[in-house]
Design a binder for this molecule. Structure first.
Ligand code: C2E
Ligand code: CA
Ligand code: CA
Length: 544
């Protein structure tokens, strides 16, 4: 049972620490993973950027050469062809420049006039430069590309270069499933590919591509890939696009290193230890009692003590209750033992005495002999502050009685205890020995103590008429009290027969549910001052 409760106590810090560690760890882990992803994506994108920059540089240079050569009108003069040859030296990727009239007929190239004009296709409609290819341009046998530019009259100059030159620009890219490609920005049709070209499935269109694009998802080839695309600055109709399969691109980034395990374990340990400490602190019963005391959650109930002769109320026993904010009214067996062990009981009793004096003032004012029994323990007798408080209470309540259990009086040579009892007694406070008959107090010792009442334990009253041995002990207690010249009180009287039997036996006083349950002060005042209004509907004993 105890082990189970201990385990239960460990559970809350364990769960809290596990949950917090998991949340912190997951948040950090995903942040770590996404920043690594970004780094990998940026590193892939940089390959596209390198190509884009290189092509932009070359295309800008070619464009400059085209503008320079584009006379108006375009005469194919010797000077112009000489200029064109100079540019061929500067731009090794360009094989030749060709000059066309406004009917799309090539008339000459860098080297001379054609014997007859060559008809060609021109995609240019305006005066901006334009990219075309790949195409076969005789006499070249391999695919060629051209960059062309028209003047206002529609005449055109073109720089022609080999596809192999473009191929060489993307040679460096290596991937099993990815690709690096030059595409038509409007249609997505590849101009040049290294790898296995594929685009996102139709619902995520990539083209027309006007701005740089980041995409991660499933492609037409069925694979999950990351794509980065960027239109060329000098030739927005062409984009560089790079892609890599996610598994390859993100390989290893989801792995958790030893450092992660170490820091998660460290965080968990710190949280667990702190949470356990906090819980220990928050659920510490002594701390809870102390807090309850400072919040005035303790209150008194009063159980009448009646005369055996006519059952008239002679006094009350003060019993403590705890109005717990969550659990409701708590009975003393749940907190008095803890208060006694921790020493907090002295403070609780001092507050109890203050409340009691206020509560009972109307009754005591009318009847100063009204007896009020307070439960005390060994700690009170060893505490000068408590003794002082009792003596001061006696000044307000002349009929003050202290009840101390027989168990607490066991040591016959305990002189501090005896002298404390004598101090109290000398102050006019009566001393009652509670639960008498259960503590084996030596009779010789008892006779030395300043005792005024023997309070027979309720187990003997419960045994009345049922268990002859316990009934005999009850007789003995009664005789002992009367031989010592003190009062005999029977507690735990629940039945009318018990009450009658105790009267016949000669007990002086009685207390028990038959006579009254413990009452709140309002109910007690009603019972004592206006007994005719007192109803029998009383609170259940476990409540009050
Ligand atoms: P106790 O001093 O022997 O108090 C009598 C107990 O018997 C009370 O229980 C009372 O409610 C209960 N009782 C009264 N009549 C009957 C009856 O006819 N039948 C039965 N079965 N029980 C009856 P309660 O209030 O639960 O207190 C339990 C114990 O807690 C007390 O036993 C006493 O040792 C301690 N206690 C209660 N209040 C205080 C307090 O203010 N200070 C200290 N130090 N101890 C207290
Ligand atoms: Ca008592
Ligand atoms: Ca008792």
């Amino acid at each position: 049972m105890v082990r189970g409760r201990r385990l239960q106590k460990l559970n809350t810090p364990l769960y809290i620490s596990l949950i917090v560690t998991t949340i912190v760890f997951s948040a950090n882990y995903w942040q770590h993973v996404s920043s690594k992803k970004e780094i990998r994506q940026a590193s892939l994108a940089s390959q596209a950027l390198v190509l884009a920059q290189r092509l932009d540089q070359v295309f800008a240079d070619i464009n400059f050469a085209l503008i320079h050569q584009l006379e108006d009108p375009l005469l194919c003069s010797e000077d112009q062809r000489a200029l064109s040859r100079q540019y061929l030296n500067k731009l090794p990727m360009v094989v030749e420049f060709r000059f066309s009239d406004f009917n799309n007929r090539w008339l000459c190239d860098s080297w001379g006039f054609y014997s007859s004009p060559i008809q060609h296709i021109s995609a240019i409609t305006n005066t901006k430069h334009h990219f075309l290819g790949p195409e076969i341009i005789p006499p070249h046998l391999s695919p060629m590309f051209r960059l062309s530019r028209k003047n206002q009259r529609g005449e055109e100059v073109s720089a022609i270069f080999h596809r192999t030159w473009l191929d060489n620009q993307i040679k460096y890219f290596h991937s099993t499933f990815g690709y690096l490609s030059l595409i038509n920005s409007d249609s997505g049709i590849p101009i040049l590919i290294k790898g296995h070209y594929s685009l996102p499935i139709q619902k995520t269109p990539v083209t027309p591509l006007n701005v740089p694009l980041n995409f991660e998802g499933r492609l037409d080839n069925g694979r999950s890939q990351f794509i980065y695309a960027e239109p060329l600055l000098t030739q927005p109709g062409i984009s560089v696009i790079v892609s890599e399969e996610n598994d390859v691109l993100y390989e290893g980034i989801y792995e958790i290193g030893f450092l992660w395990y170490g820091s998660a374990f460290g965080l968990f340990s710190i949280l667990f230890l702190s949470a356990s400490q906090l819980q220990k602190h928050a659920t510490d019963p002594v701390r809870q009692l102390s807090l309850a005391n400072s919040r005035h959650e303790f209150f008194n109930v009063y159980q009448p003590i009646v005369s055996s002769k006519d059952f008239s109320i002679q006094g009350v026993e003060v019993l403590m209750r705890w109005q717990h904010p969550m659990k409701g009214v708590m009975l003393p067996n749940t907190f008095i033992p803890i208060a006694e062990q921790s020493g907090l009981i002295c403070e609780l009793t001092r507050n109890q005495l203050t409340e009691m004096v206020k509560d009972l003032a109307p009754i005591v004012r009318r009847d100063p002999t009204f007896e009020v029994a307070v439960n005390i323990c060994y700690s009170h007798l060893m505490d000068p502050k408590s003794i002082g408080a009792l003596i001061r209470t006696r000044e307000q309540i002349p009929g003050l009685v202290v009840e101390i259990t027989e168990n607490q009086m066991l040591a016959p040579d305990n002189f501090p205890l005896i002298s404390a009892l004598e101090r109290i007694h000398n102050a006019g406070i009566k001393i009652s020995i509670d639960d008498f008959g259960t503590g084996y107090c030596a009779l010789s010792y008892l006779s030395q103590l300043p005792v005024d009442v023997l309070k027979a334990d309720k187990s003997f009253i419960a045994a009345l008429g049922k268990n002859s041995i316990n009934s005999d002990i009850l007789e003995t207690i009664l005789k002992l009290a009367h031989n010592l010249g003190i009062q005999a009180l029977a507690e735990g009287v629940e039945q009318p027969e018990q009450a009658r039997a105790l009267t016949e036996m000669g007990f002086d006083l009685q207390q028990g549910w038959y006579h009254s349950y413990p009452l709140t002060i309002d109910r007690l005042l009603q019972k004592v001052e206006r007994p005719e209004q007192f109803t029998l509907t009383q609170p259940k004993p476990w409540k009050m």
